[in-house]
Design a binder for this molecule. Structure first.
Ligand code: CMC
Length: 430
């Protein structure tokens, strides 16, 4: 009997099956051989929320949640955050290797070339209410881009994929910034392609009447590092949406709209906004202990804490904490930081959080930084969606090239009524 296999005895029939084990995993489909009789459908695995189901093989992002390790294409996140730029990291994710200098230059130029959006997209944005959430605007407008780039349907053409990848990475900051300017009633600021990716983003957000916007280099770098930290995180909710929608072979703009929508929720990309609301609700350091008691009583959740995968300190949260102090040197301190540090101190020493392995995640400090930089809370999930676009695209391209993949289609366990006859409404009792 090969060592890399699993022997299963079905106690219903007494039959024994041998199932191959590869990469520490069995193929769920092998369970279908396990039947009580030839008519039986066969065994399935029940795994709501996919807590223990691998939906793909991937070579993009590695996480060891117990040890707090995150790597993109093998490179530790700490090294990328310190030495790389967001655009170089995006290249790494999408193409698989760090670029040669000439390739990085060409990639950078390609992205700059695509930052402008069609004037008609501006009209869509104009149509949204003045108080529309920018994430809602982003979902709508990025999806609408598919109607402008009909060549995007050619998803199996590498050249088309390359161009859509450049367009999406380039245009997400423009859509995001225009959504923001719309929400505050300011005229749109057009891209300045002489600036860096993040410098130009700051320009489109914050340019006033000056002829040329000059981004603060420290803030420009801080946003760039935050973008690196958020670029990919393997098979999370929004990436699964990207792969799931992409598996029906639609265009990448529609799939990115779905992924952005998945990111919108408070348990995913909306958590950093929820952290700020929580810190404001707590109000002062002396109220932290009381708040923790409410969390332990199950009344509320501590936002920015806990993670499906990390059962240790999220390595991104550590880097965020460092960035926070660098940003505050420029912007002045955010008073919420003291409350956050106190919350972390008390929580990390508390049995409830220790036994549940709950540590700060990336969202715990990122919102505090964004707020100090002058971003309104509504923009926080948008600031997550922009860099995650490169990760979504990398995962989408990988999926399209993977022969194991088909249209995503989970099974269900049907527990509803058995067959019954229709009764006309006139014959149904009141
Ligand atoms: N505060 C208090 N208790 C918690 C928390 C929390 N933030 N997170 C999990 N728990 C408890 C939960 O009550 C449960 O306890 P018990 O077993 O006694 O019933 C246990 O820990 C397991 O919780 P779970 O909901 O089964 O864990 P999950 O893996 O499904 O949830 C999570 C992961 C991130 C949704 C969750 O930890 C959470 O809601 N955190 C707050 C929201 C947040 O910060 N989200 C950002 C995630 S990082 C950014 C991203 O990747 O999107």
């Amino acid at each position: 009997m090969p060592r890399d296999s699993l022997t299963i005895t079905d106690n219903r029939t007494g039959q024994t099956y041998e199932i191959p084990v590869e990469h520490n995993t069995i193929r769920a489909f092998d369970l279908r051989r396990i039947k009580t009789d030839p008519e039986d459908f066969g065994l399935m695995a029940y795994d709501p929320a996919f807590t223990n189901t691998a939906a793909c093989k991937s070579r993009i992002t590695y996480i060891d949640g117990d040890k707090g390790i995150l790597r993109y294409r093998g490179y530790p996140i700490e090294q990328l955050a310190e030495q790389s730029t967001y655009l170089e990291t995006a290249y790494l994710l999408v193409k698989g290797e760090l670029p040669k200098p000439s390739h990085l230059k060409a990639f950078d130029q390609n992205i700059r070339h695509h930052t402008i959006i069609h004037e008609n997209i501006k009209k869509f944005i104009d149509g949204f209410h003045y108080d529309a959430h920018p994430m809602g605007i982003l979902v709508g407008t990025v999806g609408a881009l598919s109607t402008f780039y009909t060549d995007a349907k050619r998803i199996f053409d590498p050249e088309s994929r390359r161009i859509q990848t450049h367009r999406l990475i380039a245009k997400m900051p423009t859509l995001a910034a225009f959504a923001y300017r719309h929400s505050i009633g300011m005229p749109y600021a057009y891209p300045d392609n002489d600036l860096s990716y993040t410098g130009n983003f700051l320009n489109m957000l914050f340019k006033m009447t000056e002829l040329r916007y000059k981004p603060n280099p420290a803030l420009e770098r801080a946003i760039d590092v935050l973008f690196i930290l958020h670029a990919d995180h393997e098979q999370n909710c929004s990436t699964s949406a990207m792969r799931g929608v992409g598996s029906s072979q639609g265009d990448p703009y529609s799939a990115i709209a779905a992924a952005t929508a998945a990111l919108y929720g408070p348990l995913h990309g909306g958590a950093n906004e929820a952290v700020i609301r929580m810190l404001m609700e707590i109000g002062s350091k002396d109220k932290v202990a009381g708040y923790i008691e409410r969390v332990k009583a199950g009344e509320i959740r501590l936002m920015g804490f806990g993670h499906r995968i990390y059962k240790n300190y999220d390595p991104r949260a550590k880097i965020c904490r460092q960035i926070a102090s660098e940003v505050f040197e420029v912007t002045g301190p955010n008073p919420l930081l003291d409350i956050a540090i106190e919350l972390e101190r008390i929580a990390l020493a508390d049995d409830y959080f220790i036994s549940h392995k709950l540590y700060p995640n990336v969202d715990f400090y990122s919102g505090i930084i964004y707020q100090a930089m002058g971003f309104p809370m509504d923009m926080f999930p948008v600031l997550f969606a922009i860099p995650r676009t490169s990760g979504w695209l990398a995962q989408w391209i990988e999926m399209l090239q993977d022969d194991d993949q088909k249209i995503a289609r989970p099974r269900q366990i049907y527990l509803g009524p058995d067959e019954r006859d229709y009764v006309p409404v006139s014959e149904r009792p009141e």
